[in-house]
Design a protein around this ligand. Structure first.
Ligand code: AP5
Length: 258
């Protein structure tokens, strides 16, 4: 069964059920790329393949929005998110630090949307270093902006389980209803044209130094995100397999697309 994200959505002290299977060497990876390029879509597939947990900071904030009264810091974070701006580094770093149990998980983890700034990347390196771990790979998806805008325009997300669909490229069996849990599919609040524009500008501004940071450390893997979700997945796994040392690649023999 795919590991759940109970610990990630709480304060990191709630154990997942089932506990992810023990891996000889748990992989810790980061997914980066412009808003709407398909990070969440690929994260689901990669995690199923590697049996790691999908930890998305965006989901963390959206989940907090659905929960009870927000703290002042969280209210400010949610307002920033709605407008397409980045949540302040201190808030994001603190939220991830509170959940460092998830980073230590024996099954590994795939971070989606974190880090987004060099300061967050340095904080992550420090957190991993504290328990003798490191990042195995940083996958950066790249695609032309017009194609990304088309993907965002048709996106529908499940209000309950956060599964992601697309009106034309990945429609649900019943319009408006999640295939996985039967929840309602909605358009995300930050998918308005103004917020999308801001998110793209923020990404352009922040991503270059972040990519340089990871490139300099030999951890960056650039992957073109054109094509169907399956084609992008096959390409990603192909790149990852040659990037990771052989003992890592052997962990998941179903990585090679047939
Ligand atoms: P976050 O939730 O991380 O959003 P994002 O980075 O803007 O990315 P998206 O979730 O919009 O897109 P995606 O790349 O996952 O694409 P998807 O798979 O859905 O962050 C939201 C906000 O939270 C930020 O703006 C910020 O305010 C805040 N935040 C979060 N983390 C933060 C941090 N670390 N620091 C500061 N602030 C932070 O795909 C999009 C659509 O395309 C879907 O409909 C999908 O079905 C479709 N699709 C996907 N792949 C394909 C394909 N190959 N072909 C056709 N259609 C496809």
């Amino acid at each position: 069964m795919h590991p759940n994200r109970d610990g990630w959505f709480s304060d990191g002290n709630v154990p997942c059920d089932p506990v992810p299977p023990l891996s000889k060497r748990p992989l810790r990876m980061v997914l980066m790329g412009p808003p709407g390029v398909g990070k969440g879509t690929q994260a689901t597939r990669i995690c199923k393949s590697f049996r790691t947990c999908h930890l998305a900071t965006g989901d963390l904030f959206r989940n907090a929005q659905c929960e009870g009264p927000a703290t002042p810091a969280m209210k400010a974070a949610l307002a920033a998110m709605q407008q397409g701006r980045l949540v302040p580094d201190d808030v994001v770093i603190e939220m991830v630090r509170e959940r460092s149990g998830c980073l230590k998980c024996q099954g590994g983890c795939l971070l989606d949307g974190f880090p987004r700034t060099v300061r967050q990347a340095e904080a992550l390196d420090q957190m991993l270093d504290e328990f003798g771990a490191h990042l195995d790979a940083v996958i950066a998806f790249e695609m032309a902006i017009e194609a990304i805008v088309a993907r965002l325009g048709g996106r529908r997300t499940c209000r309950s389980c956060r599964a992601v669909f697309h009106e034309t490229s990945n429609p649900p069996a019943t319009p408006g209803i999640c295939d996985q849990c039967g929840g309602n599919l909605v358009r995300r609040e930050d998918d308005t044209p103004e917020a999308i524009r801001t998110r793209m500008e923020v990404y352009d501004h922040e991503s270059r130094p972040l990519m340089e940071y990871y490139d300099a450390g030999g951890r960056l893997l650039r992957v073109t995100a054109d094509g169907s979700p399956q084609e992008v997945f096959n390409r990603t796994i192909g790149c990852l397999s040659s990037f990771l040392v052989p003992s890592d690649a052997q962990r998941a023999p179903n990585h090679v697309a047939r």
